[in-house]
Design a binder for this molecule. Sequence first.
Ligand code: HEC
Length: 124
Amino acid sequence: MVTGGKIAALTLIGFSIIIAAGCVYNKKEVVQVPCTIADTVTYAVNIEPIIRNNCYGCHSTGSNIAGFTFDSYAALKIYAQSGQLYGAVSHASGYRPMPDGGSKLDDCTIATIKKWIDIGTPQN
Ligand code: HEC
């Protein structure tokens, strides 16, 4: 039996697909990689790998070119909460653009970092 609840759910799924398809289409027009920001951004699953892959080369205990490290949650949190982490990766004026000398991170990665900062930089 098809209940009212099921119809509502199917309608919602239908609209979600239309909306999602629209977003992908727009992204293609501006030649962007389709961006999938996780619903729940966590330090362990999302943030630490981003920082490890892009930043530890200069900001880790083993390779401390910059003079400060991000290879612990506590250290990264200080820069996340001061605004420097987002300022640097988004190439905002007043911050030294990061990764230093490299290409800017893609929009999805930057948005993922921003989301983690916005939810209060949890150690999750
Ligand atoms: C090639 C080396 C290198 C890489 C890779 C690198 N950094 Fe840096 N970073 C530096 C140097 C050098 C400085 C300047 C240190 C100073 O001011 O004395 C710096 C400064 C910073 C600052 C302070 C910026 C400011 O204006 O307050 C932040 C935040 C930062 N880096 C974040 C990152 C993040 C996040 C990544 C990875 C996405 C990254 N860095 C990758 C070398 C690097």
